[in-house]
Design a protein. Sequence first.
Length: 417
Amino acid sequence: MTTTRRRTSSIALLASLGLALTACSGQSEEEAAFEDTSETTPSPAEEQGDGEATEEGTDSDEQEGTDGPSSDEDASEGSSTHTAEAGFMGTASSLEAETTAVEESDDARLLAPGLDLRITEVGQLEELPVQAFEQAGGEILTQDSEKVSTVEPAEGKVFHVARYESTDPQLPGVEEIPRSNAMVRVEGSEAGSVFTGEGDRQQGTLVVSAPEELSPEDLVLEVTTGEEDGLTQSLSLVDGTRTSDDAPQLYTVDGFEVELTDAESMNLPYERMNGAPETIRGEVEQAHLTPYHPEHGWSRSGELFLVVTVDEPKNHDNKSTIQVEMPDGTTIEPEAENSSLVRGFDGPMTFSVPADAGEATVRLTPKAKPKLDVITGDPAEATVTWSVTDGDSAPEESGKDADEDSSEQKGGESSED
């Protein structure tokens, strides 16, 4: 009896201990689970902080993204200058720029039939208005071309600016004006054509991209007049002066008009084959100088053509001749025979004379050939004079004076020694 109670009590005690252990074990697992969860799950405060940080990061990213494009747009809007190609050249109809006037003189002039060309102003520019650049044939091939306001030259270059104008000098005796072709040359290389004309009025403003420091002959407006054996001359775009000396005779005379004085008439009476009386008559009617003749081309360097027209009646027996005598006694024959069956001088007679002579005597010798023999009469003369420029005669005289002064100075120095 006693044994049974003890066993029952022991079982009850063990059961109580088991329940207690079970309860303790369950509570520890829940607490462990709670602790694990608390380590991995953010607190409400942390969730709020992370959200603010994320929003701030997003705002910052958005702010940076907005600033980037805005900066590019500002840079694009500020880009208003275009750079011209290195060999740019063109003619603008109008250009407002500070330039230097070229003094008007024969040293700053090109003369030819149908051409009296001058450079009136020269200058240099660091930039061009876009309107002037486009007038001169320039193109701006960019997407933002409408934003460009100025054009600058290529690196190491400036814009050389030169205003030019040409008119027809209306040289006497010129019936057919030869064609003139003008181009720009930079350091000997062709940069581009400027104009082609036959006595037409020409004017414009040349714009040439070239190195800043150039000598006058390195940047020129070159003009060739005449298709075959043309005469080439040039004016500097740096200072406007003439840089070619191929035709000094053009600038030796002060105009191509001449003065005709003391014109005598031929008078040679004779009998024709049938015995009828006849007379050879004629006189110099007019004359002029010219550097160019449609049949003979350009005159030789230092010479001009003296063209003489003789007024004479028709006469089948007329075999008269014509010569020109210079002040030094030199006799010059005509460039070509120009007689016909009824005239001794069928049209103007052309002579090549020294341009700086200033005077010549035209001599007509009347001759008739009614039969086999030629009858010759007394010559009839006429005096032709023209004005020679001071620029060509003065240097020669001053040169002689300079030599004399130099000799005197040397003599004086040696005597002192």
